[in-house]
Design a protein around this ligand. Structure first.
Ligand SMILES: *[C@@H]1O[C@H](CO)[C@@H](O)[C@H](O)[C@H]1NC(C)=O
Ligand SMILES: *[C@@H]1O[C@H](CO)[C@@H](O)[C@H](O)[C@H]1NC(C)=O
Ligand SMILES: *[C@@H]1O[C@H](CO)[C@@H](O)[C@H](O)[C@H]1NC(C)=O
Length: 303
């Protein structure tokens, strides 16, 4: 039964050769880059132990726009020379050469456009390999402005609070809280715009109806994974103080009450005395008038 044994032998032989001589490109599965800083895509060429002193013939780092596409070359090495790399991309190893199995890519000034998949292809004198790895770019949000429309809030009229946050990536959210704990986001509307550099600008408007009585409104910005990155609190102007109203009332009564008393005395006096002893009576009235005007004067000085 030689015909049965031959295919099995060939199969085993193939497996042994495949295992014996392998070249793999191993990369970090998660690479996080921060906007405006350096990012490292760490990849190392691994060969089977029987490969002695491997030499790299070619490296190609490409940025993929979709998993299937050819990709845009950002860094390459071919036989004896480095291809001119795209600006801002280089080997992470400062003096990389064909004997160095650390083929990590360094992005010197990370932009939003660098977010995505990268393919690293390596050809050595003992085989070749390629791997796709991934860069996730993040940029932190900060709150640039928090203001009210109208600028000076008039009691018992509708107003709006506007909160702006910029410079973040990927898209985050703005939430509102009253008295530092109750979520008030339902009364707001958020708009997200992406600027030319890919960063998001978030604007949220919170409507305050005329009956709102909270003294503090907090605007907080959260990143794409729900982490709070910044917050600012708007303090409402204090309502016109009710104490002030009372002071005003007593001032009025100090002036009005004596006038009412004097008026009634005059009327009563006229009714009682008639026109008989007008002289004495007018003397009394003028005394009272003097007393009252003194009172009014002193009370207006006090306030
Ligand atoms: C590869 O090189 C980079 C830059 O020198 C270094 O940060 C990284 O740790 C190296 N990786 C390995 C596996 O040696
Ligand atoms: C790239 O990262 C995203 C999000 O972290 C993940 O869903 C995706 O599978 C990754 N792609 C590759 C090729 O690792
Ligand atoms: C969101 O913020 C948290 C906490 O600060 C942080 O750990 C996480 O990496 C951030 N995620 C993004 C997508 O920025």
């Amino acid at each position: 039964m030689a015909s049965g044994g031959t295919p099995l032998f060939i199969f085993t032989a193939l497996c042994v050769t495949a295992v014996k001589n392998f070249v793999k490109v191993e990369c970090n599965t998660i690479n996080v880059g921060h906007y405006g800083q350096q990012s490292l895509l760490e990849c190392v060429v691994k060969t089977s132990t029987d490969v002695k002193d491997p030499t790299i013939r070619m490296v190609a780092w490409k940025k993929l726009t979709s998993p299937e596409d050819e990709g845009d070359p950002v860094l390459g090495f071919n036989r004896w020379k480095l291809d001119r790399p795209k600006r801002g991309y280089r080997f992470a190893e400062p003096s990389w050469d064909k004997k160095n199995m650390n083929v990590s890519l360094l992005i010197t000034n990370t932009a939003v456009a660098d977010d995505g998949d990268y393919k690293c292809m390596v050809i050595t004198d003992s085989g070749d390999g390629s791997t796709v790895t991934n860069l996730t770019v993040q940029a932190k949000y900060s709150i640039s402005t928090l203001y009210s429309i109208p600028e000076k809030i008039v009691p018992n009229t509708d107003s709006t609070l506007v909160c702006e946050s910029r410079g973040g990536y990927p898209q985050g959210t703005i939430r509102w809280f009253v008295e530092e704990k109750h979520d008030w986001t339902g009364s707001s509307e958020m708009e997200a715009k992406q600027s030319d550099d890919g960063l998001f600008q978030l604007t949220s408007r919170l409507s305050l109806s005329r009956g709102s009585t909270f003294s503090k409104y907090t605007c907080a910005v959260f990143n794409a994974s729900g982490g709070k990155e910044n917050e600012k609190t708007f303090e409402m102007p204090p309502p016109p103080s009710s104490q002030g109203g009372i002071v005003y009332d007593t001032k009025i009564s100090k002036i009005v009450l004596p006038l009412v008393v004097i008026g009634s005395l005059i009327v009563c006096g006229l009714l009682i005395y008639g026109w008989r002893s007008r002289g004495e009576y007018m003397l009394l009235v003028s005394y009272l008038m003097d007393y009252t005007s003194l009172n009014i004067l002193s009370s207006s000085f006090r306030n």
